[in-house]
Design a protein around this ligand. Structure first.
Ligand code: NAD
Ligand code: IPM
Ligand code: MN
Length: 357
């Protein structure tokens, strides 16, 4: 079959170390299972930006778009670059530039031990969040006026388009239908943000009629945050705008053992052939960088999501199962109750996967 080229960007903070472990897992799949993967490491991130001013060169962006099946990203964000210029160019350069409108973030607990809710276990936390990824307040519309004066005004506009809202809502329903999930809930703030979010309500109401077999529900996002903690079992698929999706998936990560366990995919859901971006939900966690303590499992689970996207869904299930076993046996980092470092925890998973292949 055709070879798949995968661009790898470690980025900043803990990004390079967890991404290194993810790369080693991909190498096991390439060398032991014979998956036709070509790995292409890119030196991008704060170090590169501070060294020679390069953020995300146009020719790299074009080459990735033309040649790659997927991108694996660690995390971006470095205290030496307070303006986050490089992070925005790279991260949004791919999310927006490749029109990866669906940020798919599973909130799935792999072990009872990881669920912090009293009386709840892994079986109670299995949600997939569809976060709109190309609009909302992330478009950067707005400005600062009379900056530094007592009359200063700062504005970020919330851009919502018919096309943009419809395609993410549809992606959520299509996903539910394809995977046999029975409930889709859309969360907005249409009671306060009347103009922008009334569109979400209207589009949701239209699209849901096309899926009568799926139970649909609307909540204001504040109420969703309450209910998902009180009883996560009532939710299967969630869909919401860019900002709410960002916030709700960090909240969701708390139900699955923390940010060290949360994986994500950024895809153009209606074009499965397009290059897609895979990244753990967590950031660069600067205080943890260089200490061999960051949890690499989010990055390894992200490799699983990538392998499903590339056509090997059994391997995502295998990685999940092996990570779950690592958690059970406490072969994991301290944030999830183990004693191992980043490298040793990832090696445990990698060796177990390699033995099974
Ligand atoms: P963060 O996700 O880096 O950290 C939040 C908390 O989770 C911290 O307590 C951290 O120690 C913990 N944590 C995160 N990942 C972990 C892991 N793998 N193992 C164990 N613990 C982990 O968020 P932050 O501190 O708000 O942001 C740090 C930087 O990362 C900022 O510059 C931010 O903008 C950036 N960021 C980047 C991305 C991305 O690249 N996609 C995502 C989120 C934040
Ligand atoms: C994420 C991050 C980013 C976002 C930041 C780094 C801009 O928090 O991927 O969740 O808000 O999308
Ligand atoms: Mn985030």
């Amino acid at each position: 079959s055709q070879r798949k080229k995968i661009a790898i960007i470690g980025g900043d903070g803990i990004g390079p170390s967890v991404t290194h472990e993810a790369k080693l897992l991909l190498e096991v799949y390439r060398d032991k299972a014979g998956l036709p993967l070509d790995l292409w490491e890119l030196d991008l991130g704060a170090d590169r930006f501070l060294r020679d001013g390069v953020t995300f060169p146009k020719e790299i962006q074009i080459a990735v778009q033309r040649e790659c099946a997927a991108v694996l990203l660690g995390a971006l964000g470095d205290p030496r670059v307070p303006g986050m210029e490089h992070a925005r160019d790279i991260l949004f350069g791919m999310r927006f530039g490749f029109d990866l409108y669906a940020n798919v973030r599973p909130v799935k607990a792999l072990s009872d031990r990881l669920v912090p809710l009293k009386g709840r276990g892994a079986k109670d936390v299995d949600i997939v969040v569809f976060r709109e990824n190309t609009e909302g307040v992330y478009v950067g519309m707005g400005g600062q006026f009379k900056r530094g004066t007592p009359d200063e005004v700062a504005i970020n506009e919330d851009l919502n388009t018919r096309k943009g809202v419809e395609r993410i809502v549809r992606a959520a329903f299509e996903y539910a239908k394809r995977t046999g999930r029975k409930r889709v809930c859309m969360a907005d703030k249409s009671n306060a943000m009347r103009h922008a979010h009334e569109l979400w309500l209207r589009v949701f109401d239209e699209v849901r009629r096309e899926y009568p077999e799926i139970e649909s529900r609307h909540l204001y996002v504040d109420a969703l945050c309450l209910l998902v903690i009180q009883d996560p079992t009532q939710f299967e698929v969630l869909v919401m705008n860019n900002l709410f999706g960002d916030i709700v998936t960090d909240l969701g990560a708390a139900l699955q053992g923390g940010l060290g366990m949360a994986a994500s995919a950024n895809v153009h859901a209606s074009d499965p052939g397009r290059v897609a971006l895979f990244e753990p939900v967590h950031g660069s966690a600067p205080p943890l960088a260089g200490k061999d303590i960051a949890n690499p499992f989010a990055a390894l689970l992200t490799v699983g999501m990538m392998l499903t996207y590339l056509g090997w869904p059994d391997e995502e299930r295998r990685i999940e199962r092996v990570v779950a076993a690592a958690i059970e046996e406490k072969a994991c980092t301290v944030d999830v109750g183990g004693t191992l470092g980043t490298r040793a925890a990832a090696a445990w998973v990698r060796e177990r996967v390699a033995r099974e292949l």
